[in-house]
Write a protein that binds this ligand. Structure first.
Ligand SMILES: NC(=O)c1ccc[n+]([C@@H]2O[C@H](COP(=O)([O-])OP(=O)(O)OC[C@H]3O[C@@H](n4cnc5c(N)ncnc54)[C@H](OP(=O)(O)O)[C@@H]3O)[C@@H](O)[C@H]2O)c1
Length: 289
């Protein structure tokens, strides 16, 4: 029987890195995209087929999962993320998918944990209850957040702002998450029932991140530790909904307290190579900054 792999959220940060890794490994992959036009660049990769998938349209889920043996379920950071994840798992189970890999987040297992982690734990628990084989990927904060969220202030004023004090963070490069996901999608049985916490090779404070940016970009980049009230006001001014503002501020509070600094060897053990360093990330993404 053909081994059909589906990746949801394939135009997103983790989904696209995973589709690229699968294609580079010579695999055939079905990339689940909300918009075929947006997925066009993925379609050019060898072995990649696009399937239209809208999490709010059950009929699109049924089509996308038809014939799939292994699926990587990535859902966006939205208020009904648990419900979306459950819908995807229901569709996978109904279609007879054998193994599901779920993109979760570091700390999802911690009791009681923060709200962001509790949402992921709810989705993880639901997956365990389906009876499908599963693997959980729990990454820490993405290095690519700097390209996606902080690049404009680094470009405009050589500064990035975070309410994180001197709390160190073991940022992980999304290319490592994509490589790990691809490896597991291609060899699911070896990883059945396991949960991996994916981090970069070192934990860095905001000032240490700024030093790396300065060294690689050849100009001085500054980290500004925002007081929580100022961060809340800035988020509200950007029109961020309250549930998102408060859950991100809670994450920043535990980061400030040092709880985002754990470094694991899971990437090294699964890939047989070191994870990318923050320095390597900035070198490759330097045009963004
Ligand atoms: N950022 C971090 O540091 C971090 C750390 C740990 C865990 N996480 C977790 O990572 C996950 C997000 O992954 P990501 O950053 O790769 O996401 P992302 O870049 O925001 O991409 C989300 C993907 O979902 C698709 N999508 C959104 N709504 C959809 C819908 N209704 N129907 C079909 N597709 C839809 C998007 O399609 P379009 O391109 O068409 O919008 C996109 O492909 C979240 O669960 C988050 O908690 C993030």
């Amino acid at each position: 029987m053909a081994h059909i792999i589906l990746v949801t959220g394939a135009t997103g940060t983790v989904g696209s890195a995973t589709v690229k890794a699968l294609s580079a490994a010579g695999a055939d992959v079905r990339a689940g995209v909300r918009s075929l036009i947006k997925g066009d660049s993925l379609k050019r990769l060898p072995g990649v087929d696009l399937v239209e998938i809208n999490f709010d349209r059950p009929e699109s889920l049924a089509v996308a999962f038809t014939g799939v043996t292994t699926a990587f379920l990535v859902t966006p950071f939205v208020q009904n993320q648990v419900e979306l994840a459950q819908k995807l798992m229901d569709a996978a189970q109904a279609a007879g998918v054998k193994h599901v890999i779920r993109l979760s987040a570091s700390g999802a297992e911690a009791e009681p944990g923060i709200q962001l982690a509790r949402w992921h734990r709810q989705a993880e628990d639901y997956l365990k209850g389906t009876g499908m084989n599963y693997t959980l990927l729990r990454p820490g904060s993405f290095m690519q957040n700097f390209a996606n969220m902080y690049a404009h202030t680094i470009k405009e004023s050589n500064t990035f702002y975070q309410p994180a004090g001197e709390g160190r963070v073991s940022h992980v490069d999304v290319r490592d998450i994509g490589d790990v996901a691809a490896e597991i999608l291609l060899n699911p049985d070896e990883h059945n029932g396991k949960a991996y916490t994916l981090t970069g090779p070192q934990a860095l404070s905001g000032n240490e991140v700024a030093e790396i940016f300065s060294r690689v970009l050849g100009r001085t980049i500054q980290y500004v530790d925002l007081p929580e009230d100022a961060a809340r006001a800035a988020m509200q001014q950007q029109g961020m909904p309250d549930w998102m503002t408060e859950s991100l501020l809670e994450l920043n509070a535990i980061t400030r307290a040092g709880f985002a600094s754990g470094v694991t060897s899971d990437v090294q053990e699964i890939l047989g190579r070191q994870p990318y360093t923050f320095e390597e990330f900035v070198q490759v993404y330097r045009d963004c900054f």
